[in-house]
Write a protein that binds this ligand. Structure first.
Ligand code: COA
Length: 334
């Protein structure tokens, strides 16, 4: 059992993602609700999003697809996984945890698992959690999944929310780093529960269990006060990114890649500007997928994987419902 965490790290040793084939673009969405490609593009940067159309498929199926791809890429068997942490705000059901369903679907017979709820920051919180299990010496192979079927909680008559969200999944494998200069170096994670009222799903939990009235009132859909969320997100994501850079003596030119949560292009741009990171070093795919909540960051890592190089400095940053936000600094391992 390891006692000294100080010189130990975990590293991302593989990354994979999976998104549904069906593309809902802004023009198609404009036929469903009173909006336009011009409005959505200028306010958010989003052009299209993926939707999981098959009603028999859920978050665990997208997560399992990403994990299967991950295992194939790393060349390991499912029974080698010690732990699956599933970051999601759209679990298949309240229980069992989606992590259990993914474990079953991929055949991870020796793993335990649990879900982590922190909305759009959940992947970062889960990655940090996985990191701590690795550096403690207790586990050697941890799969961190970010997966959300946002279309299952979006009201497609509400133009203030339906334009933003999409479905998708991403996964990374965490393993022990060889030395302290490889892998996850630092994290700063925060919550402010006072922000809870601005971005939430009102019903379906123990406070407002499902009734005919909660359904009639549309309380099983996302509620968002977009303006307030924007104001907090644009400040907090930049603040925490700047904080982790200062803490680790990093300047803009030291950052190889900023991997931001994809909620709004204007929030991403403001964060990069505050960090003094050039746009060419910022991973942006919001135009293709919209906001896939817990999946945005691993999908980005997966799409940029071929351009990542060993020892590059990455800052991962997110903001989400809760409010929750945070940043992780890591050195790419391969
Ligand atoms: N198409 C056309 N018009 C729309 C629209 C749409 N899809 N959505 C809202 N509008 C209208 C509103 O009705 C309002 O009209 P009014 O002035 O006549 O009442 C006007 O546009 C402005 O609405 P508002 O909600 O103030 O827009 P906004 O500039 O704040 O942009 C968001 C809306 C959602 C894009 C923006 O608030 C945002 O990105 N917020 C943060 C979202 C986020 O990051 N969420 C996830 C956190 S992880």
């Amino acid at each position: 059992m390891a006692q000294n965490f100080q010189d130990k790290t975990s590293k991302i040793s593989a990354v994979a993602s999976w998104v549904p084939d069906y593309i809902l673009n802004n023009d198609e969405l404009s036929k469903m609700v009173d909006t336009s490609d011009e409005w959505i593009t200028t306010r958010t940067g989003i052009k299209e999003r993926r939707i999981l159309k098959d009603p028999l498929l859920a978050t665990s199926d997208m997560g399992a697809n990403a994990v299967n791809e991950l295992l194939k890429k790393r060349g390991i068997a499912p029974d080698e996984i010690d732990l699956i942490i599933c970051a999601t705000v759209t679990p298949d059901m309240l229980f069992p945890a989606t992590a259990c369903l993914i474990a079953e679907k991929v055949g991870a017979k020796n793993a335990f698992g649990f879900d982590l709820s922190a909305a759009c920051s959940a992947f970062l919180f889960a990655l940090d959690c996985g990191d701590k299990y690795i550096v403690s010496g207790q586990y050697k192979k941890i799969v961190v999944v970010g997966a959300d079927k946002m279309s299952s909680i979006v009201d497609y008559t509400d133009r203030k929310t339906c334009v933003i969200f999409g479905d998708g999944a991403g996964a990374v494998l965490l393993e022990p780093g060889e030395c302290k200069d490889v892998g996850i170096q630092d994290s700063i994670l925060k919550v402010d529960g006072a922000g809870g009222e601005y971005l939430k799903m009102v019903a379906g939990g123990s406070l407002n269990p499902a009734t005919i009235d909660t359904v009639k009132m549309g309380q099983h859909y996302i509620y968002q006060d977009g303006k307030t969320v924007f104001k907090f997100a644009v400040t907090k994501m930049a603040d925490v990114s700047e904080e982790i850079m200062k803490k680790n003596n990093l300047k803009g030119e030291d950052i190889s890649w900023l991997v931001p949560h994809q909620a709004n292009l204007r929030i991403i741009d403001a964060t990069a500007k505050r960090m003094n990171v050039d746009q060419s070093k910022v991973m942006v795919n919001i135009h293709k997928y919209g906001n896939t909540t817990a999946a945005t960051i691993p999908i980005c890592l997966s799409e940029w994987e071929s351009r990542l190089k060993k020892d590059q400095n990455l800052i991962l940053a997110a903001f989400g419902g809760g409010f929750t936000w945070g940043a992780i600094y890591l050195k790419w391992a391969y």
